[in-house]
Design a protein around this ligand. Structure first.
Ligand code: PLP
Length: 280
């Protein structure tokens, strides 16, 4: 494996990732050269592959490629490493030659302000019931597929509504997840996140945040939450690999309290990120 630059890298035009979005991916945060939650990301890649009935990804090869690509990239305080696993190339003569896999290193956006002061979020209808994963598993909810056009469309809708991000709600009023993030909700000393059997992605960032919260002595739980739980929350965060933890400062136009101190403590404990320090 030899790392190559973006301008040299190519994917076959007949690859099913390109023509059908028929593949999966992972985005892994890297802080000061350290992968964040790499084993959880690799496990989730394998789980997504199972849900899509893709050939099993070679996790050792992915990890080796990720490390090689990272070493070849100019160092930065924060980077994102993406792993792609596609069903492969559709042959004109029939059948598929595959799977195809590749790794990409990106300089992440600057999330310092979102982490420190918070983001504005709108709730949007996801158009599904909360039990979609059980009633229609072929919709692949809970897999991190390459079909992210809907997720991107939701983020554009948020921008139209003068917001930064989205929390999806099911048609039967259950809080789900964001287009690229999990939801973390605080009531007193209890921190809850929507259950992963609600057709949402099992978040690596949320899992690491729960471990840190438990080490601080707080209670954590996976739960069925409603929009009323968001309205009554003492604090809400969106958790995702690039931005890590973004406190929600406004939900559907209403102010939500932001606990900047706890956010910084969590970022330091769960991810070794010290905003305001040399990484800021
Ligand atoms: N939910 C969805 C739909 C996502 O795409 C993502 C990440 O991109 C997440 C949740 C958060 O997962 P993680 O914290 O592992 O990045």
């Amino acid at each position: 494996m030899t790392p190559i630059s973006e301008s040299e890298a190519t994917v076959n035009v007949a690859d099913l990732a390109v023509t059908r979005g028929d593949g999966i991916f992972e985005s892994i945060g890297v802080i000061d050269g350290r992968f964040i939650e790499l084993p959880r990301h690799l496990r989730r890649l394998a789980h997504s592959a199972e849900l899509l009935e893709l050939p099993e990804p070679d996790l050792e090869a992915f990890e080796a490629a990720a490390r090689l690509a990272l070493d070849a990239h100019a160092p930065a305080a924060e980077l994102l490493v993406k792993l792609f696993h596609s069903r492969g190339v559709e042959r004109s003569t029939g059948g598929v030659a595959g799977p195809t896999g590749w790794v990409q290193v990106l300089t992440g956006a600057d999330h310092a302000e979102a982490r420190a002061t918070g983001i504005r979020v709108v709730t949007l209808d996801r158009g599904y019931r909360h039990d979609i994963a059980q009633t229609a598993p072929w919709l692949l909810q809970g897999a991190k597929t390459l079909s992210y056009a809907l997720n991107k469309a939701a983020l554009r809708e948020a921008a139209r509504r003068d917001a930064d991000d989205v929390i999806f709600v099911s048609t039967d009023d259950v809080v789900l997840e964001g287009p690229t993030a999990n939801v973390l909700v605080r009531h007193g000393d209890l921190f809850r996140t929507p259950r992963t059997d609600l057709g949402i992605l099992a978040g690596t960032t949320q899992a690491a945040a729960f471990e840190a919260l438990e080490s601080f002595g707080f209670d954590t739980a996976e739960a069925v939450l409603t929009p009323a739980d968001l309205v009554s929350a003492d604090a809400i965060w969106l958790c995702s690999s690039g931005r890590l933890l973004a406190p929600v400062r406004e939900l559907d136009g209403r102010s939500v309290p932001v606990d900047a101190e706890l956010t910084m403590r969590l970022l330091a404990t769960a991810f070794g990120l010290h905003p305001g320090g040399p990484d800021a």
